[in-house]
Design a protein around this ligand. Structure first.
Ligand SMILES: [Zn+2]
Length: 432
């Protein structure tokens, strides 16, 4: 018993001394400065393809430079560039059973124009009231088939949101990859005997980039640990009380702040066995495109873990000094983190919102589907968070203590993975 007590005392003492330097090395004033800058009104909500997000990128680059990060192998700067094609509808007309559909009840998606006249190779999917609209939509996209989707009026509000978004912003796809052409019609039809749909579009090439930097591993440089968050947000939304800027302070300036702070922390320690990749992803809000591109540029088998950080701006449902990990049971990543925090007052919990499918709703999914133990760490009370995706998600609503303590907990709990001592189990590869 005595021996165990001494060992426990030593363990507690070492956690305590790590705790001391994590408090010093991750400075709350610096955390505050970074998140305030990223969520300021002059970033205009950091919408993908806008000057506001360019400003955010420049700020992140400056922080990486100050931290002393190196560019990714083969890059000269921190920008990991790629090209997307945006297709915006110019004109859509639709007739079902010879009857014209009003413009508010139809929208079309596709990277090229199309005309369908009851074509046999178009699949007709009936999204009846008992089905899950979102799921049917994802399935159809995945199928790669031409799809005419008939949406029950029960889904009117979700349909309207999608209609307005695709009609004004259009749809995006990676250059060289065509999106499945789709037409979505709101209404009830007993039997579809004929359809005529025509879609004209305008396409443009748009450059995008993630902001990424590394600290090369000292002894295991070919094994990577990724720390990530997304730096894009929604931009300008409908005004509430005269404010139209969706600042995305929690979503996900908080995660981006964590990435920058962890980069500075690990650079100061400068003893990482594995190569650390710090990446701020673009275009998460419009389809996780930044992380999807990143996943094509890194060998997933070399990535031993991914810490994706999303919305750590307010206390979790478990109270102060706690956060949760999505997909907790899919690998032993979470239990490694938990055991590294023994003796501290911070606790990681499994995701308490399994119904929300959070594991698939952030950038970790892009690497998890390739077998990487890639998990998202969050404190958001997503089921009751009234500020989520509104213009009210701004700095004044955040709890900076919560952000700082969560970043420090990630720093402490990631150490054994960074040092090569622990290697999380792989997650089963996913079909998406
Ligand atoms: Zn987010």
């Amino acid at each position: 018993m005595k021996k165990i007590a001494i060992i426990t005392a030593l363990l507690v003492a070492s956690t305590y001394s790590f705790g001391q330097d994590v408090n010093k090395l991750i400075d709350q004033d610096d955390v505050t400065r970074i998140i305030k800058t990223l969520s300021a009104d002059d970033m205009q909500g950091r919408a993908t393809f806008t000057p506001g997000i360019e400003k955010a990128a420049q700020f992140i680059e400056g922080e990486y430079k100050k931290a002393g990060l190196k560019p990714l192998a083969g890059n000269t700067g921190y920008r990991q560039n790629f090209t997307m094609i945006r297709s915006t509808p110019v004109k859509t007309t639709a007739f079902i059973n010879g009857k014209a559909i009003v413009p508010d009840s139809v929208f079309t998606i596709g990277s090229a124009a199309f005309t369908w006249a009851s074509d046999k190779d178009v699949q007709v999917v009936n999204v009846t009231a008992d089905k899950n609209f979102r799921q049917e939509y994802v399935e159809a996209q995945k199928s790669g088939k031409k799809t005419l989707m008939i949406i029950d009026p029960k889904f009117q509000s979700l349909f309207k949101r999608a209609h307005d978004a695709y009609s004004t912003r259009g749809s995006v796809s990676f250059k060289g990859k065509t999106a499945s052409p789709m037409a979505l019609v709101l209404g009830k039809f007993d039997n579809i005997t004929s359809f005529d749909i025509s879609y004209e579009n305008k396409s443009e090439e748009l450059p995008l980039f993630n902001v990424a930097g590394i600290i090369p591993g000292k002894t295991k440089p070919n094994e990577f640990v990724v720390f990530s968050g997304h730096y894009d947000h929604l931009g300008i939304l409908k005004a509430m009380e005269g404010d139209s800027i969706a600042n995305g302070a929690d979503d996900d300036a908080s995660g981006t702040t964590a990435v920058i702070s962890l980069a500075k922390y690990y650079k100061k320690l400068n003893n990482n066995a594995r190569t650390l990749i710090f990446v701020a992803f673009t275009a998460e809000e419009i389809g996780e495109y930044g992380s999807q591109y990143f996943a094509t540029q890194v060998d997933p088998d070399k990535v031993v873990a991914m810490f994706n950080i999303e919305m750590i701006g307010k206390a979790s449902k478990f109270g102060e000094n706690s956060a949760f990990i999505t997909g907790f049971d899919r690998s032993n990543f979470g239990t490694i983190l938990q055991s590294n925090l023994k003796g501290t007052k911070f606790e990681f919990h499994p995701d308490p919102y399994p119904d929300q499918d959070l594991f698939y709703r952030s950038d970790n999914a892009s690497l998890a589907e390739k077998g990487v133990p890639a998990h998202t760490i969050s404190t958001d009370q997503i089921d009751i968070d009234k500020l989520y995706h509104t213009v009210k998600d701004e700095f004044s609503s955040l709890d900076v203590n919560n952000i700082t303590s969560t970043i420090r907990a990630i720093a402490l709990s990631s150490r054994s993975i960074v040092s090569g001592k622990d290697t999380p189990t792989r997650v089963p590869k996913l079909e998406r």
